[in-house]
Each structure stands twice: as C-alpha cells, then as structure tokens.
Design a protein around this ligand. Sequence first.
Ligand code: FMN
Length: 208
Amino acid sequence: MEFYDVLEKRRTYRDFSDRKVSDEILRRVINAAFKAPTNDHLRQLEFIVIRGQENIAKVIAPLAKNMAMFKELVSEVDESGDKDKMAMFADALPKQQKMLMQSGLLILPFFRQLTWPLLKPTEQSSLNYFASAWCALENMLLAATNEGLGTVFHIPVGDEAEQIKRIVHAPEGYEFLCLLTMGYPAENAFLPKQKDINIEERIHTNAW
Ligand SMILES: Cc1cc2nc3c(=O)[nH]c(=O)nc-3n(C[C@H](O)[C@H](O)[C@H](O)COP(=O)(O)O)c2cc1C
C-alpha cells in the first residue's frame, strides 16, 4: 500500500472476524514498533501476546467491574455537544470487552518505566518512556493496516492496569500502554464518521 493510503485506511475497528492473524504477520507488526523513535536510544519494549478468546477473557476480567466507571467518565466529558464524538461513543462503549476478544489476538505492549513512577512525573520529559512507547504503538497500527488488519486499543481505567499486570506476571518497573487488539475486520464492521478538518485553520504561521 502507498504510505498515504495506509494513513487514510488506519481506522479504529471494533468489530472483527475470527480469522487468525498469522505469527508471521504479527512478527512484522511488532518489528515495526522497534523502528519508532525512542528516548535515550533505549527501545525497551516487551510484548505479551495472548491468543485464544478464553485466555484473553482471563486477562481482561478486571474490565467488567470498571465498565460502569468508564461510562461515568465519558458522560462527564460529554458537555461539548459534539455529535461525531457521541456517535463514536455510542458505538464504542458497549463493545469495549467484546472487541478485545473477537479476533482471538490480544497484545500488551510493555515499556520499561525508569526513574519516575509513570503517574508521578515531575516535568514533561519524565514522560519520555511513555511517549516513546506511543510512537512505537502508532508504528504498529500503521503496519497492521498495511497488512489489511483493523486495530483498536482500550486504555486501562481505575485499577485495571495494576490488576492486569498481576494477572500476566509483569516484572517490577514495567508498565503497559493499553490492551491492543488487531484482526481482520468483520464484514459489517461499523466505522464512525471521521471529523472534517480544515488543515488551513490549524496551521498558524510564525505565531498563533
Ligand atoms: C489516547 C487514546 C485513547 C483511546 N482510548 C480508547 C478506548 O479506551 N477504547 C476505544 O474503543 N477506543 C479508544 N481510542 C480510539 C479513539 O476512539 C479513535 O482513535 C477516535 O475515535 C478516532 O477514530 P479513528 O481511530 O478511526 O480515526 C483511543 C484513542 C486514543 C488516541
């Protein structure tokens, strides 16, 4: 695929078929993570790959309890009256657990969080480990798109991260970014409408 086509085609899919993603494709997608820029030349990424809906169910069990809290969080930020956003949430909310299981492939991207606890940064650069890991994640999303896969991730809320780290026996000093899944989109996969952005209005020449 042409690079700009990949950018256009990368969308958040929340409906997958059960067609298996091969190990070979998965390896190429994970390899893409290591091509991203990284603070201090570190590339301290590790991946837990979980296959099979039953195994995934065990890892995402903490989500069930937190779904109510997640909905509350969303309605709190829902005063914008943004119709595109609400259409996205109306589709996304009920699918948070199912979407992570449907393709039978779940990935936990871990990064080494040195020096500062992730949730206690003291300055912007304290978040460099986190930022590097997100650069790597975007590379993976684009590589997966290039392989004809759809992707989606769930960001842990409440105590999900701590509980999931315990379930998968994550070592001390490592954090995971999100629960990432990828798979072949279902035939009837729903894609919320994209926002129309006028780039000219977003570019400020010399000063805002
Ligand atoms: C930081 C971040 C957190 C997100 N968290 C979630 C999430 O927890 N669950 C979910 O279904 N989608 C999540 N998304 C996906 C967004 O809803 C999606 O990217 C957005 O609606 C734009 O749609 P697109 O990815 O198809 O362009 C998240 C995206 C980002 C960048």
